[in-house]
Design a protein around this ligand. Sequence first.
Ligand code: ADP
Length: 618
Amino acid sequence: MAEEKMAFQAEVAKVLDIVIHSLYSNNEIFLRELVSNASDACDKLRYALLVHPELASQTGDFRILIIPDKKAETLTVQDNGIGMNKDDLINHLGTIARSGSSEFMKNLTGDKQKDMALIGQFGVGFYASFMVADRVVVKTKKAGDACGWIWESDGAGAFSIKEDKEAPLGTSVSLHLKKDMLDYLEPIRIRHLIKQYSDHISWPIVLKEGEKEETINAASALWTRNKKEITDAQYKDFYQSVSHAFDAPWMILHYKAEGIIDYTALLFIPTKPPFNLFQPDRKSGIQLYTNKVFITDDVPELMPYFLRFVTGVIDTNDLPLNVSREMLQKTPVMSKIKKGIVHRILGELKKRAENKEDYRAFWESFGIVFKEGLYEPIDERNDVAELCRFHSTAGDELISFADYVARMKKGQENIYYLTGTDLETLKSNPQLEGFLARGIEVLLLTDPIDEFWVQTFNDYQGKKIVSVMYAKSDIDSIQPEQTNLGEALSPEAAAPLIQKIKDILGKSVGDVRLTDRLTKSPMALITPEGQMSLNLERLMRANGQATAFDSTRILELNPRHPIIIRLSALVSDSAADNKVQDAVWVLFDQALIAAGEPIRQPADFAERLNRFIIGGLE
Ligand code: ADP
C-alpha cells in the first residue's frame, strides 16, 4: 500500500517547534519518556492478555531493548508490548489527545527546567525524541493484528504512514540522531541514563550491542524492595519518573499495610505544585498495581480530592488481576485503602508540621488545595483542620486553629476571620479596627477557596468561625485597650445625619447605621449576614457572573470620629449642603477602596476630592 502523508495537528506542530527549538538543554529525558512508553505498552499487553488469552500465542517475555547503532547513527528503543494500529498512530503520534497542548503552551514559562517538566506531564513525551533526532521512524504492530505500520517524521509539520507486513509485534522507535547528539550511542551514557531515570521499571531493559545483550536496570519494582536498601537518590529518581517532575519530593511515605487489606504504598508529596493542579480533567497521580502488575493510573477512588497533589504507587494483592473499571468503583477494597492512605498521610503531615519552617514550604505549595478538605465530605475533617495554617493579624507567622484558640481573649467565643484578595489590603481594612483595638486576633484569608469552607466548616472545637462583619456580642463585652477614645454621638444626635447620608447615597447602600467597631476610620461597608461577602461578590464578578447585590450593603459610621461629629453638626446648615454632599460621597468612595472595591465614578471622586484640597490649601 502506498505511503500516506499527513499533517500534524496544529497544536502538535507548535509543541514540536518549541521542543526542537527552545527546550534544547536537558534533552536527555527523551530516553526516560521512550522507555516509559515502552514499559506502559508492555503493561497494557500483559493486562490485555488477562481478558484475551488468545493473544498469548504471539508474545514472548516482556522486555525493552535499547539498540545503539553507530554505523547508522540510530538509537532504537524496542518493546514487545501492545503496539499500535493505524488509527492509534494517527491519534497518538499526530495529535495530542488530552485537552493538553493548548494548556501546555499557556503554561510555558521560558524557564527550561520547568518547561521540560511540562512535556512529560502533558503527555507529549514522545515528541521529546525530536530534541535529539532529526528523523524518527516508528515500526509497530498491534497485538492481534496481522499487519504492522511504519510511521516516519522529521518533526517539521508532517508525518507519513505506510503498511509494513514484516513488522514484529510491539513497537520500535528509531531515532536518527542529530550530529551533535551522537554520544547517546555510547553504552556508558545509556547505562548511566537508564540507572538514573529508569532503574525501577519493572521490565528488563536490555542493552543490545551487536550480539551481546545485557540487562541494565534493576528491574524490580522499587516499592517492593526493603526500605533500608533504597537510597534517597533512588526514591527521588522514582518520584521524578512517576510524577514527570523535576523537583525533589517534599515527603516520601513508603510502607506496607497488613490487616484487613494488604497493600504497599510508595507515596510522594512534591515540593512544587504541578501546574495542572486545578484542571478538572487532571488524572490522579496515583498508579494502581496488583501484585506488581500495572492496572491503571486513573483511580479517583483512591485519593480524596484535597490530597490530589499526592503521587506514587499503590500495590495490592486484594484485587483480581482482571479488575474492571466498574469493579474499582464498587469494591470496598478501594475505600479501605483510601482510608488507610489518608490516615497515614495526615499522620505524617502532623509530624512534619512540628517544624514550622519546613511545613510552611508545604503549605505554600499545597495549602490552597489542602483546605478543600475543610468542606469535602470526609471523616477526617477535624484532622485536616488541625493541619491547616492561616495568616492572621498577629504577625507574619502562619498559625493554626489551635494557636488561635490558645490566644483567644477572655470572653471571646468565636474565631474571627476576614476574606479578601491580598494580605496588604486586608490588613488595612477598617473592619479590623475594633478587633485590633481589643487585641482580638483575626484570620486573614486570601484564597478563593476560603469563601467556601467558611460557609460549611462550622466550628473548631466548638468555636464558631465568624466573619468580622458579623461580630457577635462576645466582642462588645471586651473593652478596647485604647482608652483615649473621644465622646461618641448618641444615636438620637446621629439620626439626622444618618437620614441625610441615606438621602445622598440613595440606592448605593441598603442601610446606614452606627457601629462601635471602628476606631480610626469614619465609616466602613459591610454586607448583611447570610449574604454574599464583598470578596465573594468580587470573585464572581471576575468570573463574569454579574451580581446585583449593591443595594444591600450596609454603611457603618464611627460615632466617635471627628469627621462624623463635624458632619452631624453641618446637617442642619443648608448653606453647607454642597460640602456635606461632597464629603459623604468622598467618604463612601474611601470606604469602597478600604474594602478593596473599585470606586464607581473615579472622575467624580477626584473632582470632589480636589474641591476639598483647594479648600484646605486656601
Ligand atoms: P503519554 O505517554 O504521556 O501519553 P506520549 O506522547 O509519550 O504521551 O505518547 C502518546 C501515546 O502514544 C501514548 O499514550 C501511547 O498510547 C502511544 N505510544 C507511545 N509509545 C508507544 C509504544 N512504545 N507502544 C505503544 N503505544 C505507544
